[in-house]
Ligand binder design. Structure first.
Ligand SMILES: [Mg+2]
Length: 116
């Protein structure tokens, strides 16, 4: 799924309701709520605050996707093309930070799940 497809899917969902998109500040507040839920889960998993026995574990990937959903709502509400915006952001990082990090060996595997 491309970002444009994700934006279209969110737009289809939101478009089913009279309320439509919330105003930007309300969406931002919702984004902060979701970032908080993500932070809580990351803190439980990797930080010093384990969950109580009566707290359900949440799926980390779903908390990340919750954040993405709200970002897609904000972009849609503002009429922003996230494919184009993300291209610009990656161009920025690839140019600005090209020599910043240690190059990985060709057989270095996935950059995910490294331990630091
Ligand atoms: Mg959440």
């Amino acid at each position: 799924m491309t970002l444009a497809e994700a934006q279209a899917r969110v737009d289809g969902w939101i478009g089913r309701f009279e309320e439509g998109y919330w105003p930007p500040l309300a969406i931002l507040a919702r984004l902060i709520e979701e970032v908080g839920e993500l932070a809580r889960e990351v803190n439980h998993r990797f930080g010093a605050k384990p969950k109580r026995d009566d707290e359900d574990p949440r799926e980390l990937e779903l908390e990340i996707a919750d954040v993405l959903f709200v970002l897609l709502c904000l972009a849609n509400e503002r009429g922003i093309d996230l494919d184009a915006a993300f291209e610009r952001v990656m161009d920025k990082y690839e140019e600005r930070d090209a020599g910043r990090w240690t190059p990985r060996e060709p057989s270095g595997g996935s950059p995910g799940q490294r331990t630091r």
